[in-house]
Write a protein that binds this ligand. Sequence first.
Ligand SMILES: [Zn+2]
Length: 329
Amino acid sequence: MNGKNGAVSARQGAKLSSCWCGETAGTDSRHPAYVVCPACGTARLRDVAARGQGVVNGETGIYSADYWGRHQEEDLGLPSIEERAVNDLPERCMHWLSLLLRHVLPPACVLDIGCGHGGFVKLCKMAGFQSTGIEMAAEIVRFAQDAFGVEVRRGPLADLDLHFGAQHLGVCMFDVLEHLPDPLAQVQDLLQRGTGRVTLIVQTPEFTDSMSDSMFAVPEHINLFTRRAVSEMLGRAGFAHVEFAESCFQDDVTAVASNMPIRQNTEAAVAEALLATGDGRVLNATRTLAARLGQVKARNHLIEDGDGLGISWSFRQLLRGLRRRLFPH
Ligand SMILES: [Zn+2]
């Protein structure tokens, strides 16, 4: 029911949910199931009952093994967990690892909340971190343990007696924040898990006018945050330092937050930390290879895009000929 200024106090027959920030009002969004918070800009599921469906029950709730199996494959047309356990590693998992290493160095502890198949937990372990994953369904926990031989605990985190003492704790929440019924409380909880520096890396869909409609995922995506809302929530949770980082995917926002000034590790410091172990050395070689491939790709792109640089047509032909000779395949 629309009130003054388009504000929605409640829909007939349904109780309007409150925002994580405490705001009770909401205005219509471009999706009928979501309202926008006038205070912080977050889009949230309008209906309290629909939010209840996101209850975190690993065996029968939406994050059961069925979520990773039938729901992801049949309802959303996404790859199976087996395929993702292969294809995510050179793609998003390597991106996340680079981001993590920029701010947290091994042998710190790393907690990957909502770790799915466990591939990122494995990369962290290889890098020399003491890494632990958390997943909701026993079947998915077993999958990650079997596929990658990593430590995965069955969540939710609130039920686990996990504490990391004074050691630097890195917490990763990739594609998790939008699913949480009470994100502020759950992010606050992270700061109680360590007594020293806690660095949190969050990736979540960014609510913008150009955001893909697929991000309005009912009932899984309870909250869709703006950049400002992510920053406000992390600050309110006790993370005094927040900055944004490059996302792996266009529709996402990625934030790095800490209770202490955020560290920026140099490439040399990252390489030195990786070279401390055999697995880390292999990972360092993989990163070097990826960087070299990126340079070759960028060089080819420059040649293809010669127009933008004011290079003449004949000079571009010369460069293409040279490239064919130097790189015949
Ligand atoms: Zn709000």
